[in-house]
Write a protein that binds this ligand. Sequence first.
Ligand SMILES: [Zn+2]
Length: 58
Amino acid sequence: MTTSPVALPLSSGCSDCAAYQRAEKAASAEYDYSKATDCRVLLARHRKSSECSARGSS
Ligand SMILES: [Zn+2]
């Protein structure tokens, strides 16, 4: 099993946010920090867009 030891609270039910956060976590776990940074950038961009159902919360 490769589940993460800590259950992270997911962002306000937005599945896209959760996907980006999981991708960032996975990249960090592989020491792929450039990929993790990409995920954070994509997450931030997504959260500012109208696609994000958790927009404005946080
Ligand atoms: Zn979102």
